[in-house]
Design a protein around this ligand. Sequence first.
Ligand SMILES: [Zn+2]
Length: 255
Amino acid sequence: MKTIKLTREHIYKGNLILVNANYPIVENIANKNISLIPFDIRYPDILMEYRAATVLSHLVSDLNGSDDIVPVSGYRPLREQEQIYTESLRENGEEFTKKYVALPNHSEHQTGLAIDLAKRQDDIDFICPEFPYHGIYNEFRKEIPRYGFIERYQKEKEDITGISHEPWHFRYVGYPHSQIIYEMGICLEEYIEEIKKYSLDSKGLVVERDKQKIEIFYVPILNSKEQMTVFLPDNSLYQISGNNVDGCIITLWRE
Ligand SMILES: [Zn+2]
């Protein structure tokens, strides 16, 4: 058995952290030591977390989409999110800004795991870029669950996410979570709740993909405890991510 020690800090970092109006990013924990690279070297200023960027560039090149799909906005430090929010308030007013721009520290863009993408054209709107539901753009949408990405703000989920429909905003959560979220037709808020049904003491959520058995568990990290000890099988690959709410999600690739 492998022994893993989880502390409260683990709640606030990882691919599955939920960042929204209720759960702010914990700066300097979520993005501490984050390594950022451009997903498309023609746009060196638009950065993403290393793994998310790498997977996304594979996806776009597998689709032959690099001439059509343009990155608009990736990682944003706190100060940039503050600027965007203030400028949008001034230029677009309060109603529009509340719909489309997250408050500073409540934006997924501060995690490095989110990107806004646009259809290539002369005039690209920075806040609401066009990313159509047809052609190569929809091919892209169909492929993303296999690459660890989700379309984060869907029309039917506006009441839950608190953000208006954003066809251009994509979020890396990692595979197989992206595939499960897609197949269940839920949003990240709902997925974080769903996973709470699966604890380490009972049974995990089991998915079988390409003859691989993957098991997903939720581990609550209680306020009263400084540290939680978790035991995992010896020869297993695993990933740990916080949910940014109250615990961690463990993904275990069984032998
Ligand atoms: Zn966005």
